[in-house]
Ligand binder design. Structure first.
Ligand code: KG4
Ligand code: ZN
Length: 345
């Protein structure tokens, strides 16, 4: 059944997510069960808790997705059956190994029982394919910036499936820097959404934070110095008995991170001669980053594509988009496939 829908599972970190898309790439179901509340009190994701919560959630999330797809298709005689699907896609890596294993083990059993093929998906490629959700006709070449909790990289997307990584972070990822700064300020986990809300009311020029690697003339990044600078600033203000203006701090931190992102993206576009740009990963949900990159790159004559805000952080819709392409190419996985926690693009 080549035109049947594909079900995709994502469990690489702290979201148990299941999506179903039809053969034309139309989303029929998009379910996410988040574990954030269970991790928040520890200030970050606890791998053992993540695995256990995936085990508890996965059957319910798959059922909810099948129900949602049945409603979308207007099916009367009960929910969509697993045997009516074309394939099961699942995130193979990178991510937390115990979390990935839950999704993969479930996907294998489900595909085997339904007699349908298994397709494995690289989570990082998923973040790129999130761009297709709003613009299904997108075609490479692009320069792609991936900014998530675990990764920060600039990629030359020569064709779908053909990726040249131009540079990565030498230490922390951008999302990780947001999370660590938020933790230092006692703002909880995850840090990105809180900091971007505060930054709206702040002055990005209030505090001069370092822009590491800004002039390094390569495509590598470094975030740990900025994180240290912010923490040092917090300590100094506190010791001097001065109140910290959180919106100004948040806006100044964002400006330091995002100035470097724009500079390197513009350089990568110039160096490759590519005229089209995509963004992805959890930090791509940030309104200031979206607005600033769109304005500046369009002024440079670049076509800018952004994923829908809801598909920037981890979800299964983006995994389904990759699975659909691999399925069409007959690129199936064997049933003895394993999680690959350190997978790269
Ligand atoms: O892509 P993602 O959901 O997970 C990984 O694959 O890592 O990204 C999560 C990261 C977290 O570090 C979170 O703080 C960050 O994305 N994030 C944001 C925003 N929303 C989420 N960072 C900045 N601004 C946001 N609005
Ligand atoms: Zn992710």
């Amino acid at each position: 059944a080549r035109r049947a829908p594909i079900l995709a599972i994502e469990s690489s970190c702290d979201e148990t997510a299941v999506a179903i898309i039809d053969a034309d790439g139309v989303l029929l179901a998009n379910q996410i069960s988040t574990q954030i509340d269970f991790h928040a009190r520890f200030g970050g994701v606890v791998p053992e808790i993540a695995s256990r919560k995936h085990v508890e959630a996965i059957v319910g999330v798959v059922d909810a997705a099948l129900d949602e797809a049945s409603r979308a298709l207007g099916l009367e005689g009960g929910p969509l059956a697993p045997t009516e699907l074309a394939a099961v896609g699942v995130t193979q890596g990178p991510g937390l190994v115990g979390a990935l294993v839950v999704g993969i083990a479930f996907a294998k059993g489900f595909a085997y029982a339904a007699g349908i093929p298994l397709v494995t998906v690289n989570h990082l490629e998923g973040h790129l394919f999130a761009n297709l959700l709003d613009s299904p006709d997108l075609e490479p070449p692009f320069i792609f910036t991936l900014v998530s909790g675990g990764h920060t990289m600039l990629v030359h997307v020569c064709a779908w499936g053909d990726y040249e990584v131009l540079g990565e972070t030498l230490d922390d990822a951008v999302g990780e820097a947001f999370d660590k700064v938020a933790k230092a300020l006692g703002l909880g986990y995850p840090g990105g959404p809180v900091i971007s809300r505060l930054a709206k009311e702040g002055d990005p020029h209030a505090i001069e934070f370092p822009r590491a690697m800004m002039h390094s003339h390569d495509f590598r990044f470094s975030l740990s110095g900025l994180k240290t600078a912010v923490i040092t600033y917090i300590d100094q203000q506190t010791k001097a008995g001065l109140v910290i203006h959180l919106p100004d701090l948040a806006a100044s931190f964002e400006a330091a991170v995002f100035d470097v992102q724009y500079k390197k993206a513009a350089e990568a576009l110039r160096a490759t001669g590519v005229r089209s740009y995509c963004l992805g990963g959890g930090v791509a949900a940030n309104p200031h980053l979206r607005q600033m990159l769109t304005e500046k790159l369009e002024r440079d004559g670049i076509r800018v594509h952004l994923p829908p805000v809801s598909a920037c952080t981890d979800n299964a819709a983006m995994i389904a988009m990759v699975a659909r392409r691999k399925f069409a190419q007959g690129d199936f996985a064997s049933f003895d496939v394993d999680a690959d926690p350190n997978m790269t693009l």
